[in-house]
Write a protein that binds this ligand. Structure first.
Ligand code: FAD
Length: 390
């Protein structure tokens, strides 16, 4: 419509804002919303234990929000540590701290098998199964307002931006570094949008709702943050479509044939979608990167920076935020792995191999970004009207 604030091509991408909004509304968002509820995609394996490699002086276990740390180890029964175990019981769920910040660790008996454990070169995370890993039902732990603010939250974002991807004075910084910055900024926008779309309006009555003022202040008022959100969405979408063959053949078995067929069918609908292929065939062109003569060194450097960002996620002092922070950073790392396992001339460095958890994080991240794009598109204009020039 004429009132669109963002028009033209999404920066560094080959899709325009209008196309992204309509594709998202008509097909990406509905498919993804259903996909993330399937048994395969709703369980994420994560180590929520605090082992922040930075700032040991200010242990986050002292924070009220760090619920895991406040619970004695004896509270975690064996099935909790071994996902192939039995059903959970009520006493597994640690409910200390602020409820809205606590993670519900409900498990089920379905354990995934048949996926290879292979390191992601873009994270420091050790993905091998161990006693500290738990499965989290993402459906029970929506990303939303948790009350995590103040110096701890600020320090995380500061570390991410200042140490790893300083805001670019655009001419100076090379394209590749700009991409890293935009990915992080786009993710940050998406987190803020989720806080705004699911906010605790009235604590005493436990009333949740939208906070359009927050949406305006943290995101809309800064057009580059909106642009970076769209960029990140297209970047991850490109990774998903690039890995189409792999994702199509992947094993979605969770021991529930009916549900698993549905998962597979939804994955296909997403990957081989005519509308997407004709309207936005190449959301982002990764072949343009690392072309300079110092390409390999640059890639190593950026890989190291991104690894640091993933390590910083262990320092997020609110468990639920840490869960989504780790999931989404792994989703970005998986996108980077997919897009850059092939060089500019289409020579394959190594055949793509993904872990189950990487695939889960990738599609859940895409869903989160899709939700954010939809919310900004639908609620943005009224939020602007209400709060612009206030
Ligand atoms: P912040 O969002 O903390 O921003 C800090 C500074 O970063 C801003 O002042 C600005 O200079 C810059 N900035 C902000 N947005 C962008 C952007 N898009 N691009 C570039 N620069 C930007 N809180 C919840 O309630 N629920 C959650 O699920 C949640 N998850 C989190 C996950 C992680 C990994 C982290 C680090 C924090 C999370 N938080 C969550 C906290 C939340 O992100 C904010 O830090 C908190 O609400 C305080 O917000 P703020 O207004 O101080 O600004």
């Amino acid at each position: 419509s004429d009132s669109r604030k963002f028009t033209g091509m999404v920066e560094d991408c080959s899709c325009d804002y209008e196309t992204v909004d309509s594709l998202n509304k008509e097909m990406l968002h509905p498919i993804l919303q259903e996909l993330v509820t399937t048994p395969f995609f709703r369980y994420f394996k994560v180590k929520l234990w605090c082992d922040c490699p930075f700032w040991p002086d200010d242990g986050m276990c002292q924070l009220r929000d760090c619920t895991v740390c406040e619970c004695p180890e004896s509270e975690f029964p064996a099935p909790f540590k071994k996902p192939s175990g039995g059903l959970p019981t009520d006493d597994m769920i640690c409910q200390e701290g602020k409820p809205q910040a606590a993670v519900d660790r409900t498990l089920d008996t379905r354990a995934f098998r048949g996926w290879i454990e292979i390191d992601n070169p873009w994270t420091y995370d050790d993905e091998t199964d161990n006693a500290e890993m738990t499965y989290v039902n993402l459906q029970l732990n929506p990303e939303r307002y948790t009350g995590y603010t103040g110096s701890s939250a600020r320090r995380i974002w500061d570390a991410v931006y200042k140490e790893n991807c300083p805001k670019y004075p655009s001419e100076e910084l090379c394209q590749e570094k700009r991409v890293l910055y935009k990915l992080i900024s786009g993710l940050h926008s998406s987190i803020s949008v989720h806080i705004a779309s699911d906010y605790l309006i009235d604590e005493s009555n436990n009333l949740w709702g939208q906070n359009l003022e927050l949406l305006y202040d943290r995101v809309l008022r800064h057009p580059d943050r909106v642009r970076n959100l769209y960029f990140t969405f297209l970047f991850v979408l490109r990774a998903v479509t690039k890995a189409a063959d792999y994702l199509e053949q992947a094993d979605y078995d969770t021991g529930n044939p009916e549900e698993d067929l549905k998962t597979q069918s939804l994955v296909r609908q997403l990957l081989y979608n005519q509308k997407l292929q004709s309207a936005c065939p190449l959301p982002f062109d990764e072949a343009r990167l690392w072309q300079g003569e110092n390409g390999p060194e640059l890639k190593q450097q950026i890989q190291k920076q991104f690894k640091n960002i993933s390590a910083i996620m262990d320092c997020v002092g609110c468990e639920k935020c840490r869960l989504w922070g780790k999931l989404q950073v792994l989703g970005l790392a998986t996108s980077l792995k997919i897009l850059f396992s092939v060089d500019g001339k289409n020579r394959i460095y190594q055949p793509l191999q993904l872990q189950r958890n990487e695939v889960i994080s990738l599609l859940n991240l895409l869903n989160r970004l899709s939700e954010s794009v939809k919310f900004v598109h639908e609620e943005g204009p009224s939020a602007e009207k209400l709060f612009e020039g206030r």
